[in-house]
Design a protein around this ligand. Structure first.
Ligand code: SAM
Length: 457
């Protein structure tokens, strides 16, 4: 690996006698790991990621694109070190919290957070770049948790919601030194100047979002880079300039996680020569008390009285329907956890929402067309639909958005499953079935493997 000279000059003294081990690790292959969805309930046997009970290493990198269960949100392909943030949440997060994942696309950490929150907690996943926000929304929809709102905003706009969030994750855009092994582009884009610009941008992001964190709230800060400026120095800056306490996260010695390079910062560092994963830095901070911060976000509006009601037969599309509020927005009908609906109204009134809760579908003429979000929701009531379990080839055709022919099935909306896991809807019109899979999600590659790709076996 051809590392930049300046990177070597800056990083070798930090690693000291471990430097050669790091270089050797950077020349080896990146491990492949996935994290299973707790809600979709599909299991796997294999080598576990030590710090994440749903994380597994795979012996090789399969063609995930051609595994229908990947598209169904049964697992997320995630680099193992990043899964560590779950440890901090398990140790410190309370029930019924509002969480913001500020730099969330493509959704690795948001899907992990969604898995760990209870049903009365809210996850707001933000991505500032619109095209990436769409990918984030797709991945969160596939993951299927109902208490998620995906937004597309600048941190300063979200910062105006003073004291709204109990927990904020800033997985900061960084100089990416920890990704050198996985992503060659990270090496060519690296420079000392870029690392400095990253540090300055990280501080701007942190300062902009800080007002939105409640006093006593938790800030999770992470990067995938090794240098001091973007890591320990930024954590010291948050502590001293914004006002926070750095909290230790429980780890086990055998995990191979390294301490931070600053004695007064109990943060965690992941090096590929010591842990099976990529380079990663993680720190947890608790915001100090502040006078006069608003934390009493009362009902913004309660439109329940005047609201048009969705007929009961459609409410039956989801499980535990009494826990949800059903409301129209644009052409579609949505369901959101009743307890959290007020928060969704507040977000809707000031931020740019990309997706929210469960989109059930829309009325067209006499039809109610079920949405993809419903098919993949962990609260879908499968019994409300006729179902058809596809073989692998049919599932790949469906995911490529081809028209299907379903033998011996009634006309109307049919829920297609693969290995009994919901994948999407078709409208069966008799001689063929119209494919309702979202156009922008379809598998574009025509290089379909000869044999079934099956990651979960
Ligand atoms: N958390 C993500 C995950 O686990 O999948 C990875 C996030 S990546 C490290 C950082 C993200 O920050 C990118 O998606 C990038 O578009 C976004 N970003 C870039 N500039 C930003 C800014 N000024 N404010 C907020 N986010 C920004």
């Amino acid at each position: 690996m051809n590392l930049p000279d300046d990177f070597i000059i800056r990083t070798k003294p930090l690693l000291r006698e471990e430097w050669d081990d790091l270089i050797a690790a950077l020349s080896s292959d990146s491990p492949t790991s996935i994290r299973l969805s707790r809600m979709k309930g599909i299991g796997i046997s294999g080598v576990k990621v030590p710090w994440c009970d749903t994380g597994y290493y795979l012996g090789k990198r399969p063609q995930f694109t051609f595994d229908p269960l990947f598209h169904a949100g049964c697992y997320y392909v995630q680099e193992a070190s990043s899964m560590f943030i779950g440890q901090a949440l398990k140790q410190y997060a309370e029930d019924d919290v509002k969480v913001l994942d500020l730099c969330a696309a493509p959704g690795g950490k948001s899907t992990l957070i969604a898995d760990l929150l209870n049903k009365d907690s809210l996850l707001v996943s933000n991505e500032v770049i619109r095209s990436r926000a769409n990918v984030l929304s797709e991945n969160m929809t596939k993951w299927g948790n109902p208490n998620v709102v995906v937004i597309n905003n600048d941190p300063a706009q979200i910062g105006k919601l003073k004291g709204f969030f109990d927990i904020i994750l800033v997985d900061a855009p960084c100089s990416g030194e920890g990704m050198f092994r996985k992503d060659e582009g990270a090496i060519s884009e690296w420079s000392v100047d870029n690392a400095r610009l990253c540090k300055e941008r990280q501080q701007r992001i942190l300062a902009d979002i800080w007002p939105a964190l409640k006093p006593d709230g938790l800030l999770l800060y992470s990067t995938c880079t090794y240098n001091l400026e973007e890591n320990e120095e930024n954590v010291q800056w948050i502590r001293d300039e914004l006002g926070a306490e750095v909290l230790p996260v429980d780890i086990q010695e055998e995990w191979g996680i390294s301490p931070s390079f600053a004695e007064d910062i109990p943060a965690c560092r992941f090096f590929p020569h010591k842990t099976k994963g990529e380079g990663f830095f993680f720190a947890l901070l608790r915001k100090q008390q502040e006078e006069g911060v608003r934390t009493d976000f009362r009902r913004k509006r309660n439109e329940k009285k005047n609201r048009v009601e969705l007929p009961d037969q459609y409410k039956d599309y989801i499980l535990d329907k009494e826990q949800f509020v059903f409301y129209p927005k644009g052409d579609s009908w949505y369901a959101f956890t009743e307890e959290l609906y007020n928060d969704v109204c507040i977000l809707n009134s000031s931020l740019n929402i990309v997706s929210e809760g469960i989109c059930l579908g829309e009325f067209k003429g006499k039809d109610f067309i079920p949405a993809q979000s419903l098919a993949l929701s962990n609260y879908l009531n499968v019994k409300a639909f006729e179902t058809y379990d596809m073989d692998w080839k049919t599932a790949i055709s469906y995911l490529r958005k081809e028209a299907l022919i379903l033998q011996d099935m009634p006309k109307g909306y049919i829920l297609l499953t693969y290995k009994n896991v919901p994948i999407g809807f078709v409208k069966n019109i008799g001689n063929r079935a119209n494919n309702l899979y979202p156009q922008e999600w379809r598998i574009r590659s025509a290089n379909i493997p000869e044999s079934e790709v099956n990651v979960m076996d």
